[in-house]
Design a protein around this ligand. Sequence first.
Ligand code: ATP
Ligand code: MG
Length: 140
Amino acid sequence: MAIERTFSMIKPDATKRNLTGAITKMLEDAGLRVIASKRVWMSKREAEGFYAVHKERPFFGELVEGMTSGPTVVQVLEGEGAILKNREIMGATNPANADEGTIRKTHALSIGENSVHGSDAPETAAQEIAYWFSETEIVG
Ligand code: ATP
Ligand code: MG
């Protein structure tokens, strides 16, 4: 499998509980390398733009509110099959359905406060990386 880059975000529910290091360790232990990272408190406009694909969903307001309720850590991850590997280590969207050992099973509070985001395909990975990072901020 090819070396890929994917976008990851540690959400406010996790940064508030001081889990940035614990979650990053789980990503690194799974073989992913953090090649860009910064802490941002996103604006409502940034959150709405980032999650625009969900704007018609009933939970959109709650999602934007949660994402702007505290700092997030945005990261670019690199590794063999990084996009799928990150989704596997994240676990299912609803932590009640997530496998043992995944980030969401270990740390998430609910389907809304589920601690991490990860890109779901090569196209969204490229878009999401470009949404948060310039080329010079990514150091592989
Ligand atoms: P993410 O895109 O954050 O990595 P995901 O791809 O597993 O998560 P999506 O279907 O893309 O899940 O939903 C985006 C986010 O919206 C979820 O991570 C969750 O925080 C929130 N969300 C999804 N479904 C619900 C719901 N039914 N109620 C509340 N929040 C939800
Ligand atoms: Mg998603």
